[in-house]
Design a protein around this ligand. Structure first.
Ligand code: UDP
Ligand code: MG
Length: 325
């Protein structure tokens, strides 16, 4: 069999601190695999610059000049990690037999790449990198991650716990993925839905060796909420249950008040009144905000805006079309 052409996709947002080392490590792995004839000689690393404001793009261009192993895509502004991955896959998917997505900070183990390709060659369309422990995370991050996976499971969304965005996808898988047109795509939730043959490989996730996390708490919470509301209307259903409970409680209170009225000692005071007023007001606002969240989603989807704008695409310009066997 002819060797597959592999493209390693690396999303980069203000990663000038890590790119020199990451590019060296990834370049070495790719070179070794090409030398061992595991992959085709024109396999590449594709850096997707997600609107960085530091020297990230200059570095990428310097890499491109040095060797044809490296190539770059530049967004017009910051569109987010998931969109950077989508762009890389969409562009590279045309020309590659398989793509691997990996973070720029090498927290995912690049040494797993040859094993991923080996799995692909034996028939896996999707190979997921799964962390075998979370000891490099803070207690807080571990706790939030566990809560998130637990919640997702309870509302019926199949996720592979401790798998982030380190994975191999075959061209078939990329093509299938591109048929999901939603603007707001939660990749880890969609990929299990493709139903293609999947295997898992385990690795230990390292701490970031330089630079700072681009996922502060606020982004993490937004990402998690997005994941939930993109896949399930369980929160809306929960409002209904809550409403029923409140109605039941108010029924009991009505009976209680009626009994007190009949027995001649009517309840006085405004405490109970204020309490129930504020309580109900709170529940109503909560309910409205949950519904609003979904309406906002619909709003974003009907507009059907592009997920990203590519300003420069050095990758496509340099490709030879792949011959489909
Ligand atoms: N990233 C991106 N766009 C963003 C935020 C992050 O392309 O808006 C990239 C970032 O450069 C890195 C990857 O996504 O390659 C994961 O980000 P990070 O390491 O900061 O997240 P963490 O590992 O802390 O969850
Ligand atoms: Mg990271």
């Amino acid at each position: 069999m002819q060797q597959p052409k592999l493209t390693i996709i690396v999303p980069c947002y203000n990663e000038e601190a890590v790119l020199p080392r990451s590019s060296a490590v990834l370049g070495d792995i790719l070179t070794a695999m090409i030398r061992n004839q595991q992959i085709r000689a024109d396999s590449q690393v594709l850096f997707v610059d997600d609107g960085s404001t530091d020297r990230t793009w200059e570095l990428i261009q310097a890499f491109e000049k040095r060797t044809s192993l490296f190539s770059g895509l530049k967004f017009s502004r910051n569109f987010g990690h998931q969109n950077a991955l989508m762009a890389g896959m969409q562009v590279a998917g045309h020309y590659s037999d398989a793509v691997i997505t990996i973070d720029a900070d090498l927290q995912d183990d690049p040494d797993l790449i040859p094993a991923m390709v080996a799995d692909f060659k034996t028939g896996s369309q999707i190979v997921l990198g799964v962390r075998n422990d979370r000891s490099s995370d803070s207690t807080f991050k571990r706790w939030t991650a566990e809560t998130f996976y637990g919640l997702m499971r309870r509302i019926g969304v199949q996720l592979v716990p401790d798998h982030a965005d380190f994975r191999l996808l075959s061209r078939t898988a990329v093509t299938a993925l591109m048929r999901y047109q939603e603007t707001n795509l939660f990749l880890r939730g969609i990929i299990p839905q493709l139903g293609l043959k999947t295997s898992k490989l385990y690795y230990q996730r390292q701490p970031r060796f330089a630079g700072e996390s681009k996922y502060p708490l606020k982004k993490m919470v937004t990402f998690a909420l997005d994941g939930i509301t993109s896949f399930s209307i369980a929160p809306i259903k929960a409002i209904m249950s809550l409403g029923l409970v409140v109605i039941a409680v108010s029924g009991l209170m009505l009976i209680y008040a009626a009994v007190r009225f009949v027995t001649g000692n009517v309840i006085s005071g405004w405490t109970s009144l204020m309490m129930s007023l504020w309580f109900l007001g709170g529940i109503q606002l909560l309910g409205l905000s949950i519904i609003g969240e979904y309406i906002g989603k619909i709003f974003a989807e009907v507009k059907h805006r592009p997920r990203y704008i590519i300003e420069t695409d050095d990758y496509s310009a340099s490709q030879q079309p792949v011959l489909v066997a």
